[in-house]
Design a protein around this ligand. Structure first.
Ligand code: SAM
Length: 215
């Protein structure tokens, strides 16, 4: 079956990613390498390379492959960065980021998800990911500043601590909107100033916390 998964993964890269305009060869390589099926419960592994988000337990989801690739591409990682992810979930996006940067700090508010992701990422050999259980809307100051920050849950606004913890020249990629519809937003920090750009519409589970939605 591993061979079958490799074929499905190659097709996912070809049709869902390249076919929709993902161009960064490093992102395409990472998406072709990380075994997405391992981040899903056994009963859903056969659907791991489908063009959709899937449930991972605790009412949460692993994002659609295209969304993972598009958000990662927007970070423009070259390989030497320190990246913060808010919303570890299954740990899949963290693994993709770990393939493309020097160090990843990933935060998750649901402790059981964080623990499960930690076990799997260790088993898969990722030594450059630090998982932190807690409210990611306040960021993680001990490892700041970050060259890139990605939020994989819907934000009502740009969480101020995340912009503060962004390095000059860094990029923050996050879905901003209400609980039902958001716009993928790119925030750049240039000499301390905020420059905001907007990409396409998207739908994420809510970011819940001090600078997110109420519980
Ligand atoms: N990146 C994940 C993956 O690759 O599987 C998918 C993330 S899922 C769409 C969003 C995650 O954000 C959920 O696991 C949810 O519990 C988490 N989340 C929501 N609010 C949070 C917060 N304040 N801090 C950290 N994680 C949060």
């Amino acid at each position: 079956m591993e061979d079958g998964f490799a074929r499905l993964r190659a097709e996912m890269v070809e049709y869902q990613l390249k076919g929709r305009g993902i161009k960064d060869p490093r992102v395409l390589f990472a998406m072709g390498r990380v075994p997405r099926h391992r981040f899903l419960p056994a009963r859903l592994q056969a659907s791991a390379y489908d063009d959709s988000a899937l449930p991972i337990g605790s009412g949460q989801t692993i994002s659609q492959p295209y969304m993972v690739a598009a958000m990662t591409e927007l970070l423009e990682l070259k390989g030497n960065e320190k990246v913060l992810e808010v919303g570890t979930g299954s740990g899949y996006q963290a693994a993709i980021l770990a393939e493309l940067s020097n160090k990843v700090v990933s935060m998750e508010r649901i402790e059981t998800l964080s623990n499960e992701a930690g076990k799997l990422l260790k088993e898969l050999g990722y030594g450059n990911i630090e998982l932190v259980a807690g409210d990611g809307t306040i960021g993680y100051a001990p490892e700041a500043p970050y060259d890139g920050i990605i939020v994989t849950a819907a934000c009502p606004d740009i969480p101020a601590p995340l912009f503060e913890q962004l390095n000059n020249g860094g990029r923050l990629v996050l879905p901003v909107g209400d609980r039902f519809l958001q716009t993928l937003t790119i925030v750049k920090k240039k000499e301390g100033r905020m420059i905001t750009e907007y990409s396409f519409g998207c739908v994420f589970v809510p970011l819940i916390g001090k600078y997110g939605f109420p519980d």
